[in-house]
Write a protein that binds this ligand. Structure first.
Ligand code: CP3
Length: 343
């Protein structure tokens, strides 16, 4: 029996594993017919608020694809409802109906008790763990303070984050207040997930690449430092994910996460040595999953050959699985990574 959970956790610690572990961001989503069937007649929010549905979706890719880890089915917006935000999640992503733009908005924020306010998330993790046993690792997750702030201030995702950047530069005290509140939120939400059974925590900073290194260092990194220091006390390994950040690799090495997840805009081995982290995750371009399997194989082997078996590599895409991905290709890719690395 291949020890998948063990392989994933050993890789997080930078230790030699029986094979290179593999999982995919957005592995439980619209490209799966089973997901689309369960989604019929329900909103995404309805789905993640029901622990039975959420844990079924969470564990589905482990059975279907054979991945080494499951990731909680929820959204980065999930904990923000109890904080006082009203939002919906549509095809283009979340839309916040009451974005925060001033001091009154900051004052109105409520602090949350994650095990109570998001009790359904904790229950979903417990149910998922029961179903997974030791077959695969259970990854909990949260949005990073900056990426949460970008939805909170902008209201919805925009190309240039103009409102957010203007707010960050001109309302520096409010920015500090908002980021402090979000850091506290993310920390307590993630800690509660570990207490409920999550084996690792991934922090999604999807829009960090909208900033240049100077702004990232001044307006984002102090909060990440605080967050990862706090999360370390939980004992669970941490993964920091961002995209478009190849211009600040040395800074990524300083945020304090155990694993750094990189996108496809850089060579993974080169990134690994420049970041200087224990473990690295990535980095196949998700659009390659829409190509024939020969192309997927060639580019995946290139990644594996680039890291050359160095302990601490977790194979993943550079960003989320696209809805048009053929499920068969995902199944074959998991098998390829396992077979090419010793399983
Ligand atoms: O499989 C998994 O990865 C676990 C579940 C998960 C979802 N969202 C489910 C989802 C996770 C970890 C997330 C995180 C998330 N949500 C991020 C960070 C990761 C990233 O992709 O950058 C962000 C930015 C969001 C916000 C969000 N939610 C967007 C931009 C979208 C629309 C675009 C898209 O890729 O689907 C969503 C909706 C969403 N989140 C869906 C799912 C399965 C689709 C919902 C549906 O219509 O059924």
């Amino acid at each position: 029996m291949v020890k998948k959970k063990d392989a994933f956790l050993r890789a997080c610690a930078g230790k030699e594993a029986e094979h290179t572990p593999v999982w995919f961001m957005r592995q439980a989503g619209r490209y799966l017919p089973q997901y689309r069937a369960m989604r019929k007649g329900r909103s995404m929010v309805d789905m993640y608020k029901d622990p039975r549905i959420s844990s079924t979706i969470t564990t589905l890719p482990v059975r279907l694809l054979g991945v080494d880890a499951a990731i909680l089915f929820a959204d980065i917006m999930t904990p923000l409802e109890a904080m006082g935000f009203s939002f919906s999640i549509g095809a283009g992503g979340p839309v916040v109906k009451n974005p925060l733009r001033d001091a009154a908005g900051l004052e109105a924020l409520r602090s949350i008790d994650p095990s109570d306010d998001t009790g359904y998330v904790m229950e979903s993790i417990r149910l998922s763990k029961k179903s997974l046993g030791d077959a695969a690792a259970m990854i909990g997750f949260s949005g990073a303070p900056f990426t949460l702030a970008s939805y909170i201030v902008e209201g919805t995702l925009t190309r240039d984050l103009l409102t957010l950047k203007r707010f960050m530069h001109s309302e520096t005290e409010l920015w500090a207040g908002l980021m402090t509140a979000l850091t506290r939120l993310v920390s307590s939400y993630a800690m509660a997930q570990v207490a409920s059974g999550a084996d690792a925590i991934q922090i999604f900073d999807s829009w960090a690449g909208a900033l240049g290194p100077e702004d990232y260092e001044e307006y984002v990194m102090p909060y990440l430092g605080r967050l990862f220091k706090e999360l370390h006390r939980s004992g669970a390994p941490t993964i920091y994910f961002s995209t478009g950040t190849s211009g600040m690799l040395d800074l990524l090495g300083e945020v304090g996460a155990d694993v750094i997840s990189v996108d496809w805009r850089m060579d993974i081995a080169e990134a690994w040595s420049r970041i200087g982290c224990t473990s690295i995750q990535g980095n196949l371009d998700p659009t390659l999953m829409l190509c024939d399997f020969g192309t997927i194989r060639k580019r995946s082997m290139k990644i594996l050959n680039s890291v050359a078996g160095r302990p601490g590599h977790i194979f993943n895409l550079g960003h989320g699985m696209l809805p048009a991905t053929p499920v068969g290709s995902a199944i074959r890719l998991v098998r390829l990574v396992h077979e090419a690395t010793g399983a």
